[in-house]
Unconditional design. Structure first.
Ligand code: SF4
Length: 344
């Protein structure tokens, strides 16, 4: 197999305007917790980092290009004028790479009645000044998604998170976001390869609880680790050392277990036993009942109250085993949606 060299990423500033008139825009604007008319928007492509579990890193190989702040603001205000948009989800892989650009976008959106959400790296936002945080909040930034990933410094290093992110940093970030009244949405990847899988899951759970103590509004998103084919990633090497291997033949990917793996439904990692998956899922269920996500706009106040009541004693006592009653109420009666990356 011969791999051609990657071609440079196209600079979005050199592209002609998007022909939005060719699509039925109302199909792409919806109601979310951010606003009644929310759209998604890509203001940049790629990511300069090389986290070892991330498909974006495998595709873009450390390349990032952003649209000029003035073009981003002009385009969003055009959507507001033409289509009544009042909220934007920036679905960039890493929106906040350049602080100056973020500040300019925030200045352009301030007072325009646009609420917004985007994804960030914790270390990047911890380096932002207070003035930029304030400008973001004043421009309508309501929530920011962060990859917190793990309570373990060693796991963060294996993930190649750029070497600057530490578990303590996430705790400081939770407090900082609270001070600026922006909801932090922290995602975690539990179940990475380890000699002590049980202990690591326990430590991650205790750490998530600590974040909630610092900032109860923090939204927590939990994933189970599944390796990404990124050959030089330490995490893939460690996964192989623990007995994981991808199929060797294309046709094997058609087998049901690999189809589920590809959809991130079944990690197929030898170190994770069914009891680990159950432990993670039980904790997640109790956590999401005790702290229902604000992003589920269909959840009524009385439903939130019932979920909180069901989750409260379990969360307080740390008893997560078999939360059937929560499952029944959440799935059957409310169709409760777990917090997730995108709002709709
Ligand atoms: S910073 Fe985020 S998008 Fe970039 S490589 Fe890491 S996980 Fe992926």
């Amino acid at each position: 197999m011969i791999h051609n060299a990657k071609r440079p990423v196209t600079d979005p500033n050199t592209l002609p305007p998007m022909p939005y008139h060719r699509v039925d825009m109302k199909r792409y604007i919806g109601k979310t917790y951010l606003g009644t008319r929310t759209m998604t928007y890509h203001s940049s492509f790629g990511c300069p980092f090389l986290c070892g579990f991330c498909a974006v890193a495998a595709i873009y190989k450390s390349r990032w290009v952003g649209k000029r702040a003035s073009s981003v603001v002009d385009e969003i205000l055009w959507f507001k004028d033409q289509h009544g948009v009042n909220a934007v989800e920036f679905v960039d892989n890493n929106f906040f790479v350049a602080e100056k650009r973020t500040l300019e976008i925030a200045a352009g959106l301030r007072g325009r009645g646009i609420a917004w959400w985007a994804e960030a790296r914790p270390d990047t936002l911890m380096l932002y000044s207070d003035a930029t945080w304030r400008a973001m909040r004043d421009s309508g930034c309501k929530m920011i998604f962060f990859g917190a990933e793990s309570s373990s410094k060693e796991t963060l290093e294996l993930m190649n998170k750029g070497g600057k992110q530490t578990p303590d940093m996430i705790l400081e970030l939770a407090a900082r976001a609270k001070a600026f009244d922006i909801i932090p949405e922290f995602s975690f990847v539990l179940g990475t390869p380890s000699d002590d899988v049980d202990g690591q899951i326990e430590r991650d759970i205790r750490y998530i609880r600590r974040i909630k103590e610092i900032n109860a509004k923090s939204e927590i998103v939990i994933y189970v680790f599944s390796p990404v084919f990124f050959d030089d990633a330490d995490l893939l090497q460690k996964s192989r050392a623990f007995g994981f291997e991808f199929p060797n033949r294309l046709v094997e990917w058609l087998q049901p277990q690999w189809t589920s793996f590809d959809l991130r439904k079944q990690p197929l990692t030898p170190w994770l036993k069914p009891r680990h998956l159950e432990q993670i899922s039980n904790f997640e269920r109790v956590l999401n009942a005790r702290f229902p996500t604000v992003s589920d706009i269909k959840l009524k106040r009385w439903q939130t109250g019932i979920l909180k009541t069901l989750g409260a004693w379990r969360y307080k006592s740390g008893f997560y085993i078999a939360p059937w009653e929560i499952r029944f109420v959440a799935n059957r009666l409310f169709r409760y949606r777990q917090p997730e990356i995108e709002g709709f």
